[in-house]
Design a protein around this ligand. Structure first.
Ligand SMILES: Cc1ncc(COP(=O)(O)O)c(C=O)c1O
Length: 385
């Protein structure tokens, strides 16, 4: 059987150690043995989120954690500022609108990072805004937003919260929650966490915890008051995703054995090498000025059908990457750098991109992209250890 290469920006390839951990005999989530497991996992999560706070674990996809962040810290009639520079920025605005929260959008060209001054201007237009909602990495465009600067300017008023979608950012970029004063940070298991989809994480600052007690949005499944109470005694409010939590213990062990600085450097090196390869092929990067380390977005060249391009990689070469979403559908492709992937996987991706371009009649010098990638990886000291 040909080797299947999953190189999307989530779900990601899951390492064997984690898959084996998830194959263990199922534990009941109210059994005594669940308690030390859950305690250990939450301690590991706090280290990766770089917070002294407890990180809540939900059985949900990432969007559930986004909605939990909104309904637990805000109330109908509140106003917020949303950075809207891609599909997931739009999602923040949509979730707020559903809950009767007024949104002051900061529209950002897809492929660009938000200018902190544009957010400052939005706060001037909406002085009563209770929060800023933003992605760390806007996965639909491959952009990293300047979270540290945004946190600083949000804090210029003490009662404003900064709510960060770190679904493809935490464990990829250095986003020290406490040191930067981030109030809510959410993430999802199918990204840097070396896990399948199904778990979401929510970390709350002291200020955000206080907001949870006073927020007036209707909430039931995602009522974090219940989760805070349950998780303080090492339980979940509802049935826990036990198998995924067993996998998470192993995944966290792997992440912490590698060490956070090395984890960030790994993602950065793979992203840098991918940008070098795509540029060497004459392809245009979507986010050349503010690239995320979790995924690289590239414009499909003129004359090539973007949907066909992604299908061809999958069907002919068994390489699964992602196309574009929303207004980028059919226009871009995205290669992920999260999960159980290394430099040699990226070289395979570059080779498959070259061969697909050639198959589809686009003029390409086979080997140019892979060569640039190998040179870049070699320069960065890449070793498979
Ligand atoms: C930045 C970002 N936000 C939100 C989501 C949505 O997460 P989910 O599809 O797990 O609900 C994703 C997933 O791709 C993402 O990358």
């Amino acid at each position: 059987m040909p080797k299947y290469r999953l190189l999307t920006p989530g779900p990601v390839a899951v390492p064997e150690r984690v898959r084996l951990a998830m194959a263990q005999t199922l534990l009941h989530h109210r059994a005594p043995a669940f308690i030390p497991l859950f305690r250990e996992v939450r301690a590991g999560l706090s280290r990766v989120f770089q917070t002294a706070q407890d990180v809540l674990v939900l059985a949900s996809s990432g969007t559930g954690a986004m909605e939990a962040a909104v309904v637990n810290t805000l109330s109908p009639g509140d106003r917020v500022v949303v950075v809207r520079g891609g599909k997931f920025g739009e999602r923040w605005a949509e979730i707020c609108a559903v809950h009767g929260i007024a949104v002051e959008n900061v529209d950002v060209g897809w492929g660009r990072a938000v200018e902190p001054d544009a957010v400052r201007a939005a706060f001037a237009r909406a002085p009563d805004a209770r929060a800023l909602l933003v992605q760390a990495c806007e996965t639909s465009t491959g952009v990293y937003h300047p979270i540290r600067e945004l946190a600083e300017l949000t804090r210029e008023r003490a009662d404003r919260l900064i709510i960060v979608d770190g679904i493809s950012g935490v464990g990829v970029h250095d986003l020290p929650m406490d040191a930067w004063g981030l109030d809510v940070v959410v993430s999802g298991s199918q990204k840097s966490w070396l896990l399948p989809p199904g778990l979401a994480f929510v970390a709350l600052s002291e200020r955000a915890r206080a907001a949870v007690q006073t927020a007036r949005c209707p909430r039931y499944y995602f009522d974090l008051r219940k989760e805070l109470a349950a998780q303080a005694s090492d339980q979940t409010a509802w049935t826990a995703g036990v198998s995924l939590i067993l996998g998470l213990r192993e995944a966290l062990a792997m992440i912490l054995e590698e060490g956070l600085p090395a984890v960030f450097a790994r993602h950065e090196a793979l992203a840098r090498a991918t940008r070098a390869a795509m540029s060497a092929l004459g392809l245009r990067l979507v986010a050349p000025d503010a690239p995320s380390f979790g995924c690289t977005a590239v414009y499909v060249p003129d004359g090539v059908d973007g949907r066909r391009f992604v299908q061809h990689l999958r069907d002919v070469y068994d390489v699964t990457i992602m196309g574009g979403q929303g207004r980028f559908e059919g226009r871009i492709f995205r290669i992920g750098h999260m999960g159980d992937v290394d430099g040699f996987d990226m070289i395979s991706a570059a080779a498959a991109v070259e061969m697909t371009l050639a198959d589809l009649g686009h003029p390409v010098r086979i080997g140019e992209g892979a060569r640039a990638m190998i040179e870049q990886l070699h320069k960065s000291g890449f070793r498979k250890v």
